[in-house]
Design a protein around this ligand. Structure first.
Ligand SMILES: Nc1nc2c(ncn2[C@@H]2O[C@H](COP(=O)(O)OP(=O)(O)OP(=O)(O)O)[C@@H](O)[C@H]2O)c(=O)[nH]1
Ligand SMILES: [Mg+2]
Length: 294
C-alpha cells in the first residue's frame, strides 16, 4: 500500500478547493467565485486500491495581508508545506500573476517538492497556447511534473492521480476506509453556511464574516444545528439579515438543502447574527472563532 500527504497551494481563486473536491469525489471544501474563500487547512482523502492520498487544501496565499485573519490564512497555507510528500502548486492556465510568483518563491524557500498544476484549461479559448505556456512555466522551477487539468470538467484528473501514486511512498493508510473529510460535522455545517453567505453577499462583506456552529444534535434522522454568523458592525448585521429577514432565510434554506444532501438527514438549521467589532483583526476573537495555529 502507498500513502502520502499532498498539499494544494496557490494564490486565491485558482481552484484549489475545487480541485480537492474533484479529486476525492465529494465536496469537503467550500468553493466560491470570490478570492479568499478557504480560511483553514482542509484535509480530504482519496481512497484507491493501491493506497491512500491525503490532500491538504489551503487558503490562497495573498499579498494584502494587513489584518490578523489574513496573516493567519497565509501562515496556515505556508505551514501546509511542511512534512508533505508533494505540493501541488495550482495556477490558472493563461493567467500568471505576481501572486503566483510569490507562491513559487515561497515553495522554493521552504524547499518543498512541488508539481505544477495548470487548472481551468476548460476556459482556454485558444488551446494552442497551452503547450508553449507549459514549456515556459516548466522552466521556472525543478517541478516534479506539470499537468494541465480542469477541476470543473474533470479533464486530466486521472493522469494527475496516476502521477501522484507513483510518487507517494509505501506506508499504512492514514485514515480509516470510507472517511473522506478530515474535519467533523460541526465544521462542515459552519462552512456550508459561510459558503452560502459568501455567494449571496456582495463585495467586501464576506471578509467580515465568521461562522460558528454552537449546537449540533443528531436525533435519529433529524439533525438540529444552531449556527452563529459573526459580523464586524451593526450595519453589516442588517445586510446579512436583509429586509424582513429575507436574506438570512434564503441563505438558511440553501445551506439546509446542501446539508441534507451531504448528511442524508433531515436538517433543522437556526441562524443567529451577532456583532463582534473588528474581530478579523483581533487575535483573541480569531482564536475564539477557531482561527488558531495548531
Ligand atoms: N472554468 C473553471 N472554473 C473553475 C475551475 N476550478 C475552479 N473554478 C472556479 O473558480 C472559482 C474559485 O474556485 P475555488 O475552488 O473556490 O478556488 P480556491 O483556489 O480554493 O480559492 P480560495 O479558497 O479563495 O483561495 C469558483 O468560481 C470555481 O467554480 C475549472 O477547472 N474551470
Ligand atoms: Mg479554496
Amino acid at each position: 500500500m502507498r500513502s502520502g500527504m499532498v498539499a494544494i497551494v496557490g494564490r486565491p481563486n485558482v481552484g484549489k478547493s475545487s480541485l480537492l473536491n474533484a479529486l476525492v469525489g465529494r465536496k469537503v471544501s467550500i468553493v466560491a467565485p470570490k478570492p479568499q474563500t478557504t480560511r483553514h487547512r482542509i484535509q480530504g482523502v482519496l481512497h484507491r486500491p493501491q493506497g491512500q492520498i491525503v490532500f491538504v487544501d489551503t487558503p490562497g496565499i495573498h499579498r494584502k495581508a494587513g489584518r490578523a485573519l489574513n496573516r493567519y490564512m497565509n501562515e496556515a497555507a505556508g505551514a501546509a508545506l511542511r512534512d508533505i510528500d508533494l505540493a501541488l502548486f495550482v495556477v490558472e492556465a493563461g493567467r500568471w500573476t505576481e501572486e503566483d510568483d510569490d507562491v513559487l518563491e515561497y515553495i522554493k524557500a521552504v524547499g518543498a517538492p512541488a508539481a505544477l498544476i495548470l487548472n481551468k484549461v476548460d476556459r482556454l479559448a485558444d488551446k494552442s497556447a497551452l503547450l508553449p505556456e507549459l514549456q515556459k512555466l516548466s522552466a521556472r522551477h525543478d517541478f516534479r511534473f506539470v499537468v494541465p487539468v480542469s477541476a470543473k470538467s474533470g479533464q486530466n484528473l486521472e493522469a494527475l492521480v496516476r502521477e501522484l501514486f507513483e510518487r507517494v511512498p509505501e506506508g499504512p493508510p492514514l485514515y480509516p476506509e470510507g472517511q473522506v473529510a478530515g474535519h467533523d460535522l460541526a465544521f462542515t455545517v459552519a462552512e456550508v453556511v459561510r459558503e452560502k453567505l459568501v455567494k449571496a453577499l456582495a463585495q467586501e462583506l464576506p471578509y467580515a464574516l465568521a461562522v460558528q456552529t454552537e449546537e449540533l444534535e443528531q436525533a435519529g434522522t433529524l439533525l438540529r444545528a444552531s449556527v452563529v454568523v459573526w459580523v464586524e458592525r451593526e450595519g453589516q448585521k442588517k445586510i446579512v439579515i436583509g429586509e424582513d429577514g429575507v436574506m438570512l432565510k434564503r441563505v438558511g434554506s440553501a445551506a439546509r438543502r446542501e446539508l441534507e444532501y451531504l448528511t442524508g438527514s433531515k436538517v433543522m438549521l437556526k441562524l443567529w447574527v451577532r456583532v463582534k467589532e473588528n474581530w478579523s483583526d483581533d487575535p483573541q476573537a480569531l482564536r475564539r472563532f477557531g482561527y488558531h495555529p495548531d
